[in-house]
Write a new protein. Structure first.
Length: 178
């Protein structure tokens, strides 16, 4: 089956975290159109487990105007391309201060496949050692806390955790245990 082809592309916006481009496309039937795409680097999301506890971070999410609980996750600074496992260790340490002896990949997530090229690798971190966080300036309002698995699931049911990546990662985590 034929696919959509890019005919031309122009960058319409860029900052340290993303670019936005507008592509002229040709559909399989020969008709032309446009597609807006948000390009962001791939990220790592980490479910840090210590027995029956998991670690969450809470921070203010400006686009929503709300503080949200989610699993630690992020990209490398300056849109650098890091090995996914290295990035996972870095993000966990940066946001929570935790170090993990073991970082096991359990899946891949597409953030918003209809508008963004960003993908995320999900990891389970075990063999946890506590330490000091090393947050970026943009994360200064962040804090982290341990929760029981039951508490995390209740937070998801109650709409306290609404981050799509965290919800999808939890599904991958439960499937990985089967």
């Amino acid at each position: 089956m034929a696919e959509i082809r890019r005919i031309a592309s122009r960058e319409v916006y860029r900052n340290d975290w993303m670019t936005v481009r507008e592509d002229q496309i040709r559909r399989p039937d020969g008709s032309d159109g446009i597609y807006g795409v948000i390009d962001k680097p791939d990220y790592a999301l980490i479910i840090a487990c210590d027995g029956e506890r998991v670690r969450l971070v809470e921070q203010f999410r400006y686009p929503l105007g709300l503080r949200r609980w989610e699993f630690p996750q992020g990209t490398a600074p300056g849109r650098a391309d890091l090995d996914a496992t290295e990035l996972a260790h870095r993000e966990l340490r940066e946001e929570t201060g935790l170090r993990a002896d073991k970082m096991v990949p359990i899946g891949l997530l597409d953030v918003a496949a209809g508008m963004s090229s960003q993908r995320g690798r999900v990891f389970v971190a075990t063999g946890i050692t506590e330490g000091e966080h090393d947050r970026e300036d943009t994360e200064q309002d962040m804090h982290s806390q341990w929760f029981s698995r039951a508490e995390v699931e209740q937070m998801m049911r109650d709409g306290v955790i609404t981050d799509a990546q965290s919800l999808a990662a939890w599904a991958l985590f439960l499937l990985s245990e089967r």
